[in-house]
Design a protein. Structure first.
Lengths: 115, 114
């Protein structure tokens, strides 16, 4: 069964610093990959997705992610953190080995941005 | 578009009571998903429907949980009887159609069973 691993349950960066949130997936067939953001007491909002087109994907709020098949990774980056980026971020997969149309989520990474 | 609408936003109930959570997907979306979020287990898929038909309910914890989708614009998740371990945030999400992959999530229902 496919799965998603997010390294680091908490990441803290200074405002203006690089943000790097790590995601690795397990699937013999490249799945669709997503990053979602969740603000406190809110639902999940899609940041970006990879669906077998360009391997470097740009999303909202200045975030981007690169699909690396050789590393089975889909890490999320942002060149310069802003205070408003503080939230929980989830990596998710769809399809892949199971072909299932539902999202399977990682455990999440809470991003703190220090002034 | 109003997005995925869930009700109620908050529910507090006593152990043993029946709880019904409601979801209205985005109009024109034909896949609907129920997720549960807890600190211990993260985001878990409970069940999903395609064209109102349950496709995968393997995530439903036990017989106390049931879900229905009587039409394309409404779904319910029922817990009977409720237990304190059911306390969680329950999310509903929908996707437009085959070939589309972007899931839109509701704001969630925070359930507390005391």
């Amino acid at each position: 069964a496919q799965s998603v691993t997010q390294l680091g349950s908490h990441v803290s960066v200074s405002e203006g610093a690089l943000v790097l949130l790590r995601c690795n997936y397990s699937s013999s067939v490249p799945p669709y990959l997503f990053w979602y953001v969740q603000y406190p007491n809110q639902g999940l909002q899609l940041l970006l997705k990879y669906t077998s087109a360009a391997t470097l994907v740009k999303g909202i709020n200045g975030f981007e992610a690169e699909f690396k098949k050789s590393e089975t990774s889909f890490h999320l980056t942002k060149p310069s953190a802003h205070m408003s980026d503080a939230a929980e971020y989830f990596c998710a997969v769809m399809g892949g080995d199971t072909g299932r149309r539902a999202l399977t989520f990682g455990s999440g990474t809470r991003l703190q941005v220090q002034p | 578009d109003a997005g995925v609408i869930q009700s109620p936003r908050h529910e507090v109930t006593e152990m043993g009571q029946e709880v019904t959570l409601r979801c209205k997907p985005i109009s024109g979306h034909n896949s609907l998903f129920w997720y549960r979020q807890t600190m211990m287990r993260g985001l878990e898929l409970l069940i999903y429907f395609n064209n109102n038909v349950p496709i995968d309910d393997s995530g439903m914890p036990e017989d106390r949980f049931s879900a229905k989708m009587p039409n394309a614009s409404f779904s319910t998740l029922k817990i009977q009887p409720s237990e304190p371990r059911d306390s969680a945030v329950y999310f509903c999400a929908s996707i437009r159609s085959q070939g589309r992959t972007e899931a839109f999530f509701g704001q969630g229902t925070r359930l507390t069973v005391v």
